[in-house]
Design a protein. Structure first.
Length: 206
């Protein structure tokens, strides 16, 4: 790590103390959101900080190495999507241990990767709730942006959704419902396909 990056990292970590929200931090710990340090800093404040630094691959890499909630979120916010290789995405997802980080990753970074659809379909098929939540969140954003899946993608998505709508994990179910909602908004044909595919579940989701 060069001295400039080291100085920025030190400055960032010190600044979190001034933005600390103890109540939010305690609440997250009680819900099982576990980090070495969690200052409870609100995401909008971290977004403002990210604007000051701009996109910075090297700094994002170093921030992510810290087991500090705010460092990891800031890493997501400043990582340039066009410079992030799949192997780094794999490492970051392996180290993503809670739903908040998965959702922030999908919203602010992973949906913008050139290979976003590839990882999204891979992740929804994993037997791992954090991956599934992130994958469905990515697909939801892609559908919102008007990206229409091909026939194989439609079949993969609806086959997996029909399984995960019955998941024991409420976070997964919520992510699937949101994603299906965005899928049917692609057009009447997509709504008909989804209705027919999910009808056997007897769930009132439309």
């Amino acid at each position: 790590m060069n001295q400039e990056i080291n100085d920025k990292l030190k400055q960032i970590k010190q600044s979190f103390r001034l933005m600390m929200n103890g109540e939010a931090s305690r609440s997250m710990r009680q819900r099982g959101v576990d980090y070495k340090l969690n200052w409870g800093v609100p995401v909008p404040m971290l977004k403002d900080m990210a604007k000051e630094f701009g996109k910075d691959y090297a700094l994002a890499i170093e921030l992510w190495k810290e087991d500090i909630r705010e460092c990891k979120i800031l890493a997501i916010l400043i990582m340039p999507a066009d410079e992030m290789p799949p192997e780094i995405v794999d490492i970051w997802m392996e180290q993503t241990k809670n739903q908040e980080l998965a959702e922030i990753g999908a919203l602010y970074l992973y949906q913008y990767l050139d290979y976003a659809p590839v990882i999204a379909y891979e992740w929804i098929a994993k037997n791992a709730p954090i991956y599934q939540i992130c994958g469905y969140q990515i697909l939801a954003r892609l559908f919102m942006n008007g990206q229409e899946p091909n026939e194989r993608g439609i079949n993969e998505f609806l086959d997996q959704a029909s399984v995960d709508l019955l998941s024991d994990n409420s976070g997964v179910r919520h992510a699937v419902l949101s994603c299906v909602g965005k899928f049917v908004q692609l057009g009447d044909d997509y709504e008909i396909i989804a209705r027919n595919a999910l009808k056997p579940l007897n769930l009132n989701i439309f």
